[in-house]
Ligand binder design. Structure first.
Ligand SMILES: *Cc1c(COP(=O)(O)O)cnc(C)c1O
Length: 368
């Protein structure tokens, strides 16, 4: 007989987690909407990646290569890295969790900037560590504030650069200064999920740092510009010692066969990446200009280096109201009250038609 005086309880630090909220793709009534809530590539997936995926799908009964050797070689060749120091994950999300699991635990602190990526808090709490937020500087990373928040208990510092949901970019100098100010026993995780959207002169130098520093872990993803979000595949680069620790705790076959094949092909499709980047730069600027031209409604666009805009609503039409009106008009963007941004909407840059439609819907919603 079960002793019912004793009830099953998750660990207290697990009970404290507010689950990650994914971007929606349908309205409350189930009607499909234009999804501009998850920063996916509006151009879809490149033909080369699709073809490689289809070919790999012919062999489903065998486990994938557990060492992802061909993928590591392809990444290393593309970026001039040591393939032995490339790790891969079920999305870069898995890598963020591995980083806290290997380097932080109960009593330790995991530090990131306010309005950082939502996964960081969950990754910290999941291992019993304490999440610590440093103040931002007008929605952007404040390196001095981050350094001031480092204590003897700090074990991991996360920086998404460019950052999600704000879209802001810390410069190469700022990133180097942050790293230089961290003690050697703190792991600096530089999450570059949007790196491929940057202009060459905007490169934050993360991979250069990771080549030489023992405590830097750079993460990348195939979910964003490469258009492979469905396959859940990311990669990271760090010192041999960091990578060895992470390998011990990753799931044994953590990236799929089709995902590996598609990712390798995507790395070889510069044309698709360039088209995606150019499209994004053009329509991001266009949408920002449209919103700025709306006049005195209290809207402000935070400068973005990514494939989305964070728009602040400090006028009569609130972010919550705008979110509802956009949904009624057929567009799903991301309202972020759970991340301390009840006054903001994050809008992914869509196709030309979607972006024009979104701008028109915003204009109409302000006139309502
Ligand atoms: C989208 C995103 C990721 C995670 O992407 P995966 O699909 O898990 O590879 C990581 N960090 C940031 C900042 C992101 O926006």
């Amino acid at each position: 007989m079960t002793d019912t005086t004793r009830t099953l309880q998750p660990k207290p630090w697990i009970s404290g987690i507010a689950p990650y909220v994914p971007g929606k793709s349908a309205g409350a009534d189930g009607r499909p909407l234009v999804k501009l809530s998850a920063n996916e590539n509006p151009l879809g997936t490149g033909d080369k990646a699709r073809a490689a995926f289809a070919e790999a799908a012919g062999e489903l009964s065998r486990y994938p290569d557990p060492g992802a050797a061909a993928l590591r070689e392809a990444i290393a060749a593309k970026y001039g890295l040591d393939p032995a120091r490339v790790i891969y994950g079920t999305g870069s999300d898995e890598l963020l969790h591995l980083a806290t699991s290997a380097f932080a635990g109960p009593g330790d602190e995991v530090l990131y900037v306010r309005y950082g990526f939502a996964v960081y808090e969950i990754a910290a709490r999941r291992v019993g560590a304490t999440p610590v937020e440093a103040p931002d500087r007008d929605y952007a990373t404040d390196v001095d504030a981050l350094l001031a928040a480092v204590t003897d208990k700090t074990r991991v510092v996360f920086l998404a650069n460019p950052n999600n949901p704000t879209g802001t970019l810390a410069t190469r100098e700022e990133v180097a200064r942050l790293h230089a100010g961290l003690p050697g026993d703190v792991l600096f995780v530089l999450d570059q999920a949007y790196a491929e959207y940057l202009e060459p002169h905007e490169d934050d130098g993360g991979l250069d740092l990771a080549r030489t520093a023992s405590n830097v872990f750079v993460t990348r993803t195939f979910s964003k510009i490469h258009g492979l979000a469905a396959e859940r595949i990311g990669w990271g680069y760090a010192s041999g010692a960091v990578i060895a620790a992470l390998h011990k705790i990753r799931a044994p076959f953590n990236v799929t066969r089709c995902g590996q094949a598609a990712a390798i092909a995507a790395l070889g499709d510069d044309d698709f990446v360039e088209r995606s980047r150019t499209h994004n730069a053009k329509w991001r600027q266009w949408l920002a200009d449209e919103i700025e031209s709306l006049g005195n409604h209290g809207l402000r666009v935070v400068p973005s280096a990514t494939n989305f805009l964070l728009v602040l609503f400090d006028g009569a039409v609130t972010a919550e109201t705008m979110n509802q009106r956009l949904m009624d008009a057929g567009y799903i963007v991301r309202w972020l009250p759970g991340q301390g941004l009840p006054n903001a909407l994050r809008m992914t840059i869509g196709t030309e038609e979607e972006t024009r439609g979104l701008a028109a819907a915003i204009r109409a919603a302000l006139a309502d």
